[in-house]
Design a protein around this ligand. Structure first.
Ligand code: NAD
Length: 263
């Protein structure tokens, strides 16, 4: 198990799903965790699950440069350092390409991609100061998706944003390689969370809505392991990449998908 004692980790979208499980995993390994989300109830629930570590709750819309800057100031004032940033917040809107207005792409682009760009840029100076003050390094982990790598039903706009996260992560990792700041990307397969829950249910060939149970069973059947992922399947990978055990890993991608993309 990786040791994150003394490290400060900022997780966006920490109020649910993969972000929540990641915050808990980082806390279990000794990190103090900063929980960013637009859902205050979700953040508070996560904070309660993080156990006996320092937490800082941030109402943070990841598309807003102001909330990133404000968050960085609060972290520096409270902890004086930032070792880990997990750009996890995201949304998924599934719609057949021919019916999906460009606004569907723009909305996901802002939340899934621009947020990662702004977040990395805003966090870097504090990470650099953390290293200058003696830290071995710092780690950024961006959550993309296997749908940034392979096609999935009605995911054209979502896929475009997640592939962009992969490219952005590699490019920034390359530029920062000598600074001690590592940038890696995690590509989960289908994981049972609230992702997409706010949107229209998928429809069958006749146009009738498909119930969540049927949709989830269909997903599970596509995964060689025969089950959907759980947020806890993804969090330990993020925690490893956050730790000094991953000191030589940057610009890399890690798939966790139960074998979905293996064939
Ligand atoms: P989720 O909906 O359970 O959690 C997403 C969290 O992000 C929520 O707490 C939500 O409030 C927050 N969020 C949304 N918009 C925000 C904004 N503008 N500012 C701040 N917070 C915001 O979903 P999840 O499955 O845990 O998704 C987490 C990440 O994992 C996303 O980037 C998603 O694309 C990625 N992912 C998920 C799956 C999956 O199958 N669940 C697969 C691959 C990748």
């Amino acid at each position: 198990m990786s040791n994150l004692d003394g490290k400060i980790a900022w997780v966006t979208g920490a109020g649910s799903g993969i972000g929540r499980a990641t915050a808990i995993a980082l806390a279990k390994q000794g990190a103090s965790v900063v929980l960013g989300d637009i859902n205050p109830a979700g953040i508070e629930e996560t904070a309660g699950l993080c156990g006996d570590v320092n937490t800082l709750s941030l109402m943070q819309d990841v598309t807003s440069e102001e909330t990133w800057a404000h968050g960085t100031d609060r972290i520096e004032t409270r902890f004086g350092r930032l070792d880990i940033l997990v750009n996890n917040a995201g949304i998924m809107i599934a719609q057949p390409f021919e019916e999906a207005p460009v606004d569907i792409l723009r909305r996901q682009q802002r939340i899934n991609v621009e947020s990662v760009y702004i977040g990395m840029q805003t966090a870097l100076p504090l990470m650099r100061r953390t290293i200058a003050a003696g830290a071995k390094g710092a780690s950024i982990i961006n959550i993309a998706s296997i749908y940034g790598m392979v096609a999935g039903a009605q995911f054209s706009a979502y896929s475009a944003t997640k592939d962009a996260v992969r490219a952005l992560s590699r490019a920034v990792a390359y530029e920062l390689a000598k600074t001690g700041i590592r940038v890696n990307c995690v590509l989960p397969g289908p994981v049972q969370t609230n992702l997409g829950a706010d949107w229209e249910p998928p429809r069958d060939a006749a146009g009738a809505p498909i119930s969540p149970e049927v949709a989830l069973a269909a997903w599970a059947a596509m995964i060689p392991m025969g089950r959907l992922g759980e947020a806890q399947d993804i969090a330990p990978l993020v925690a490893f990449l956050a730790s000094d055990a991953a000191a030589f890993i940057t610009g890399a991608e890690f798939v966790a998908d139960g074998g979905y993309t293996a064939s």
